[in-house]
Design a protein. Structure first.
Length: 122
């Protein structure tokens, strides 16, 4: 009986350390970066909302590993997003601005959200 208890104890210790090791492997695994972010300016202006600023901060983190960042949307909105990307550390010469409102999105408030949309791609 004593040998059986020792075998169970030893087995559970080995299983426990294997579980900890695999949990550590998962915790240290690299999180894949996104290749596209979508930002919307405030309704009726080219101001960036707090949500848009948070999205841009996330994009900046991924932009540091990219050679080129493409910002696409209406000219005024692209300028606002590009300016914020530069303020947050993305080199201006790494940003390519493209003027294009893209395909229309459903209208919920009478304003076409695609007019306020800016995409950031790598």
């Amino acid at each position: 009986m004593r040998k059986y208890t020792l075998a169970l104890l030893a087995g559970s210790l080995l299983m426990g350390t294997a579980g900890v090791a695999s949990a550590q492997d998962l915790a240290s695994a690299a999180v894949p970066s996104k290749s596209e972010f979508m930002v919307f300016t405030e309704k009726g202006s080219h101001t960036l909302s707090p949500t848009a600023m948070a999205t841009i901060r996330s994009a900046v983190a991924d932009a540091r590993s990219a050679r080129q960042v493409t910002v696409t949307g209406s000219p005024d909105n692209v300028a606002a997003v590009k300016g914020e990307l530069v303020r947050q550390g993305v080199p201006a010469n790494a940003i390519v601005a493209r003027n294009d409102t893209g395909s229309p999105l459903p209208k919920a408030d009478g304003l076409d959200p695609s007019d306020r949309r800016v995409s950031i791609t790598f």
